[in-house]
Design a protein around this ligand. Structure first.
Ligand code: NDP
Length: 288
């Protein structure tokens, strides 16, 4: 295990707990102490670490950290398997996969959908993509950490799904915080707003499946949908403004809606903003 930050330490600890032999290394010395106390082996150098076990797991800060750590020892990686759980973009994962292939290293990229405390529970999820052989060979280990899913041979896929899910999460959090600022302008606490809004937003997430059906079907005019005109958010943008609260998060959504209405699609469903977001349609208002 290369990298003993919060996440790397949790992953290594789980391996120790489940009886797997683990060798640990961290750039800054000392972070391995709690793991050594429970039975992990310490490696003095990266070169020692990568030759100690057949499976090498990296959980470092970012893409560049992986290169900084492994480039100098790449010859020692030849013929081994590298699982990279460091968060990267899809293209960074693909770049690492190509680099690994060039050096005869079997490469699997992983994306962790959990916080360290969740490691070892079924609620934690880790997505993998890249070498299917590596995934199948080491699945027992992966399953000790989380519910494991293989997302195909494109090494960038696990990261793409991870980042897409995080995009949804952060926009939802920003939406909550914007709402809290709106009611906060009249003195309601964010705590009360959270209690009031959580059941509502939770229920609304049931709508994902319906939007998904329309998007996948490609017919935004299918009957029974909430139309774009009906979804006009300008009253909410105005209310936010009038309360002295910056409507920036909502205005971005309204801009996507307005664009589709302006293009003559107002009677079609809200899901049509998918078209405003597609890669071939990135010029609108600097949104993309
Ligand atoms: P931490 O900040 O706790 O630890 C970062 C780790 O990366 C440390 O071991 C640090 O070593 C090491 N590191 C940073 N830069 C370098 C470098 N240039 N060369 C070598 N080692 C380096 O982060 P986490 O453990 O929380 O996260 C690790 C990865 O896991 C990240 O990519 C993160 O996005 C991902 N992740 C984390 C989650 C979480 O909830 N924590 C959730 C999902 C994914 P040093 O001690 O020497 O600084």
């Amino acid at each position: 295990m290369l990298g003993l930050g919060d996440m790397g330490s949790a992953l290594a600890a789980r391996l120790v707990d489940t009886g797997h032999p683990v060798t640990v290394w961290n750039r800054t010395p000392g972070r391995d102490k709690p793991l050594i106390e429970v039975g992990a082996e310490a490696a003095a150098t990266v070169a020692d670490a990568i030759t100690a076990q057949p499976l090498i797991v990296a959980c470092l800060l970012r893409h560049l950290s992986v290169h900084e750590t492994l480039d100098p020892v790449v010859d020692g990686l030849r013929g081994r398997t590298l699982v990279n759980l460091t968060t990267t973009t899809p293209n960074e994962a693909r770049e690492l996969a190509a680099w690994a292939a060039e050096h005869d290293v079997s490469y699997l990229d992983g994306a962790i959908m959990a916080v360290p405390d969740m490691i070892g529970s079924r609620e934690a999820q880790i997505f993998y993509s890249g070498s299917q052989t590596a995934f199948e060979q080491h699945r027992d280990i992966f399953d000790t950490w989380a519910t494991s899913t293989f997302d195909g041979r494109d090494a960038g896929m696990a990261s793409l799904i991870d980042l897409a899910m995080l995009s949804g999460m952060y926009q939802m959090f920003a939406g909550f915080i914007h709402g809290a600022a709106m009611v906060g302008s009249e003195g309601m606490t964010a705590t009360e707003f959270a209690a009031r809004t959580t059941p509502f937003i939770s229920a609304m997430t049931n709508g994902f499946a319906g939007y998904a059906e329309v998007i996948d079907g490609g017919d935004y005019a299918v009957p029974g949908q909430q139309s774009l005109e009906f979804s006009d958010l300008s009253p909410i943008v105005r209310a936010s403004d009038e309360q002295g609260v910056n409507p920036a998060t909502l205005a971005a959504v309204q801009a996507l809606i307005s664009r589709q209405i302006a293009a003559g699609h107002g009677s079609e469903g809200l899901a049509r903003i998918y078209e405003s977001l597609r890669a071939d349609d990135r010029t609108f208002g600097g949104v993309a």
